[in-house]
Structure formats: structure tokens, C-alpha cells
Design a protein around this ligand. Sequence first.
Ligand code: PGA
Length: 251
Amino acid sequence: MNKLFAANWKMHKTAAEARQTAADLVALVSGRLKPGREVLILPPFTALAPVAAGLGGAAGFLLGAQNFYPQQQGAFTGEVSPGMLLDAGARFALTGHSERRHVLGESDALVGEKTAFGLASGLCVILCVGEKEGERKAGELLAVLERQMRAGLQGVPKDIAPERLALAYEPVWAIGTGLVAGPKEILEAHAIVRRILVEIFGPSASAMRILYGGSVKPDNASEIIALDNVDGVLVGGASLKADEFSRIVLA
Ligand code: PGA
């Protein structure tokens, strides 16, 4: 399975800035990407088509979206459907990102509905899970991951192609804070995620990617990516500049 280096641009960049960053990244990385690595850009909706143009079909680069609504069309003001994302050139999408759960108030049940619907619509989905600081301190890591994964994966067919579903472990206390989880914490959480995936999907779960996210930077990326059960990284702040993100991708 290829390691996935995902850039979550969140609510940053105009169309022109996004296109330029994508083109700069291709120029920095093309021909230097280690075998078995792929790069995924997750721009805001308004920059999907410009980023597709900026990537220009470069080998090893993929496009995805940060969110979608679990219906194909209808009276859902402000929302975007999986079919619209596919039409704009996206092949991947996130579900359950901590900002959607904790800033936008998405429930475990809605995250589950979106994950199943996105996959059924033909997208590859990265389901994000992770505990808040208080939950970690209260010893609830296992309970939180169990709850978020069972609910988040409830409607996913057991025979889903493993390359179409990835998990991202993102401890909420490490997102955008500069606090990165240490190798011990990452190993422990990723082993739990893998075990639950195997319980749900059986042997094919060994081919599902588990990404780590939370303050990944050029100076910690190579150590994180080498850990057991770490099949990629989901990068926020350090993915916004082509030069900085290229150093993570090439680490
Ligand atoms: P960060 O964000 O790299 O800025 O911590 C990660 C994420 O939210 O996906």
C-alpha cells in the first residue's frame, strides 16, 4: 500500500493562490517522490478545479475535498454533494475531522452517514477520529476510538475495497497546537485503530491506510512515517506552503 501524504488546506487560499501552490508543489516534488508515496491535496471547494489545473495530472498527485453532504442533490442550502466533488475532479474526501465534530457540531451518527454515503457514491473516504485532551487525561482513548469508529463505519460494506477507505488518527490536543503526539502515543492509538478495523473488516483491514495528523512538520515527519501502522500523514498548517510541505513529502 502506498503511503499517503495529505494536505488539508482548511479554509485557506483563493483559487489563484491554490492553483499556484499546487503547481509549485508539483515542481518541487516531481521526479523526487520516493516509490510507494502519494500526495493528496484537499483544498476548499472553491479551489478544487484550480488545483486540478495546477496539478496538471502529475503522477503521484491526487485531489480531494474536506467535506460533503450525504445526499446527491436537493434542498440543502450551502451544501455540496459527492457527485459534485467527483465532477470537480476530486477522488477523495474527509469525514469526521475534529473541526467538523467540535466546531460545526457534527455527531458520530452524521459522520457515519457521510462515510457510508461518500463511499457508495464512488469517493475514497478518510474517516478522522481522535480524542480531546480531557478524554485522554480521563483514560478514555480506547472508548473514544471505539465509539467514533463503530459509529463512523457502521454503514460501510464489509467488502469495501481496502484502498478506498482510510482512517486518520488525529488527537484533538495536537491539531494546530504545535504539540505532536510522541511515538509511544501514536503507536498505541494506531494499534487500537488497526485492531478495530480488523474486527470490523477482517483480513482486508491490513491494507487500509491509517494516517497520523496533528502538528506534523518537516522535522518530525520522517520519524512519524516510519512508525508501525502509520501509512501516511494528514497535515494542516505545514501543508500551506509548497516548500514546507514538499519537505514533509520528501522526508
Ligand atoms: P495541523 O492540522 O497539522 O495544523 O495540526 C492537522 C489537521 O487538522 O488535519
